[in-house]
Write a protein that binds this ligand. Structure first.
Ligand SMILES: Cc1cc2nc3c(=O)[nH]c(=O)nc-3n(C[C@H](O)[C@H](O)[C@H](O)COP(=O)(O)OP(=O)(O)OC[C@H]3O[C@@H](n4cnc5c(N)ncnc54)[C@H](O)[C@@H]3O)c2cc1C
Length: 391
């Protein structure tokens, strides 16, 4: 069988590694091809640190060639342009076409702008390693330029960072940025007293999936570190260095970061596959795309039922990874003609850092705050790093 996996992120890489392991262990020669636009695997959960005080190179990205060197996985670097389910093939932007018997879609997500005028053009996203380094370079440039100005009002605008979106990414970035700005001011000569960080969200709560206790804790910690939180504040338009917000107010900021939401890549809907309102492929309890025998979807780009109420699983690396483990097992079972079990998500909870010394989380449903969050996060990260580099 010829299995093609699109995307070498948390879900796709895990599917490929585990499937390869099982095939080799059982002496099978089925072909596994992994396609990604990048030559590296990104540790997305570290990119808010890459965007600020700096986690670079091998700490935030892994060379896929090295990870896969001892495997029988065929890695293809290329950008997927089209999926053609009727022809059972995938077309890459450079014109190559790859046929498949089974296709795994693990293309992750893109930033969602919700048609807010100017949002795409005048803000910086934070979803990939390159976006993180672009944001960091921009912040350094803003601070350096502010140092050369003499008007405090102009300096304050230049040194204001507005983060749109009070979910995990927004809160993690705000916390990390707040911890970094003092040393950045020193390094660049920018006046620390004019630095402002604003975190805005249209909802009444930060981290709304956790509930009010987490909002209170996140607000307390971020406020202590000088982040101004504006809730129930909808962004109506984004202009160069300016946000127009509900109530006719404006906020001027040298840096505007848009982390207000994500959606699945349009490739999935363009292929005629069934998707939900966020463009995520709808799948059954075996992660098979509805109505498709040969196509699976998982991770951020799949709408995986979370329960009887019609909700879908959250977009997290821990879910994506476990779905990859499950799917490798399912495809292998199909290859050897074994029965497959359905996918049962394990609700492990989430952990969110609020700067280098604080955080909130609900591992296994238990609310925790502070250092324990960071200790757990570190442990999970180390486990993940060793799981992808183990031969
Ligand atoms: C700042 C930040 C912090 C986060 N922190 C955490 C955390 O602490 N814990 C946690 O559980 N989750 C965290 N998440 C969420 C987590 O990163 C995602 O849920 C996870 O990456 C989803 O995995 P995935 O495999 O579906 O997609 P991804 O990991 O995004 O992988 C998708 C892959 O597809 C590739 N790709 C996309 N389009 C194409 C194309 N057209 N052609 C070829 N290749 C393509 C990409 O290059 C990428 O390698 C965080 C997210 C962000 C943005």
């Amino acid at each position: 069988m010829n299995i093609v996996i699109l995307g070498a992120g948390y879900a796709g890489l895990r599917t490929a590694l585990n499937l390869d392991h099982q095939l080799r262990e059982h002496g099978k020669d089925d072909a596994v091809t992994l396609i990604d636009q990048n030559s590296y695997h990104q540790l997305i959960q570290k990119i808010h640190v890459t965007a600020t005080s700096g986690v670079h190179g091998s700490e935030a990205i892994y060379n896929l060639g090295q990870i896969l060197s001892s495997r029988q996985i065929n890695f293809v670097q290329g950008r997927v342009r089209t999926i053609a389910p009727l022809d059972r093939e995938v077309l890459l932007e450079d014109g190559r076409s790859l046929p498949y018997d089974r296709l795994v879609i693990a293309l992750g997500s893109e930033t969602a702008y919700y048609n807010v005028p100017g949002a795409r053009e005048h803000s910086l996203p934070l979803r990939t390693y390159t976006e993180a380094t672009t944001l960091r370079d921009h912040l350094v440039a803003q601070f350096s330029a502010a140092a050369a100005l003499s008007d405090p009002k102009q300096q304050r605008i230049m040194l204001t960072t507005a983060i749109v979106g009070g979910g995990c990414t927004g809160c993690e970035l705000a916390g990390e940025l707040a911890a970094w700005v003092s040393s950045l001011s020193k390094e660049t000569g920018a006046p620390r007293s004019e630095v402002r960080i604003a975190l805005l969200d249209r909802n009444k709560l930060l981290l709304k999936q956790f509930g009010p206790w987490a909002t209170r804790e996140a607000e307390r910690v971020l406020d202590q570190h000088g982040v101004s939180v504006y809730l129930s504040t909808a962004i109506e338009a984004v202009e160069p260095h300016m946000l127009r917000v509900s109530g006719g107010r404006v906020l001027r900021a040298g840096t505007i970061v848009w982390v207000a939401g994500i959606r699945a890549p349009s490739i999935i809907a363009d292929a005629g596959l069934p998707v939900n309102s966020a463009g995520r492929a709808t799948v059954d309890h075996y992660l098979r795309v509805s109505g498709q025998d040969a196509i699976f979807a998982l991770g951020d780009c799949a709408a995986i039922p979370a329960g009887a109420d019609g909700s879908v699983l959250p977009s997290t690396a821990s879910y994506a990874m476990r779905q990859g483990e499950y799917l490798a097992e399912t495809i292998f079972a199909e290859i050897v003609g074994r029965m497959t079990r359905s996918y049962e998500p394990m609700k492990l909870g989430e952990l969110v850092s609020l700067g280098p010394d604080n955080g909130v989380g609900n591992p296994l449903g238990m609310p925790i705050i502070g250092q324990p969050v960071l200790i757990l996060k570190k442990g999970i990260e180390q486990y993940y790093r060793s799981s992808i580099t183990a031969p």
